[in-house]
Write a protein that binds this ligand. Structure first.
Ligand SMILES: [Zn+2]
Length: 145
């Protein structure tokens, strides 16, 4: 981000959120959680963190729920829980969610269809108990997946 005054920075951050959120249709670009159901705006997440050379523009940003952003942190790769092999994480700008993930609507579990997806599910801890409980409620009221 270029050097900005505080009011310019606030306007930039607001415009970036609007662009990223609308592009993502107000869903987490990792777990597909719907933003509208939560009482907090989702976060603009840097896919490649700035600390690891990622750009600070919309090409490197994704809309993320608090949980996915918290667990992703500055990671770029994760481990397959079964093989312990390391794979890059899902990249919302380069990968298509439907090619990598599916949701088991009975359990609410996100199933990784690829090594990248399985590493992402593990690194972002997408199937924690409270995640599953929330997803089951969202499925019941027809807003997920
Ligand atoms: Zn999420």
């Amino acid at each position: 981000m270029p050097s900005l005054r505080n009011d310019e920075r606030t306007a930039y951050v607001r415009a970036l959120y609007q662009l990223v959120a609308e592009r993502a249709r107000h869903r987490c670009e990792y777990c597909r959680a719907p933003e509208a159901i939560l009482n907090l705006a989702f976060e603009v997440e840097h896919i490649v963190p700035g600390s690891r050379g990622g750009a600070d523009d919309e090409s490197n940003c994704a809309l993320s729920c608090r949980s996915c952003n918290l667990y992703k942190s500055n990671q770029l790769d994760g481990q397959n829980e079964i093989t312990a092999s390391t794979f890059r994480l899902f990249h919302p700008r380069h990968d298509r969610s439907d090619d990598h993930f599916r949701v088991d609507t009975a359990s609410g579990r996100i199933i990784g269809l690829t090594s990248v997806a399985r590493a992402t599910v593990s690194a972002l801890q997408m199937n924690r108990e409270n995640q599953l409980a929330a997803r089951i409620q969202w499925i019941r009221i027809g807003i997920y997946p």
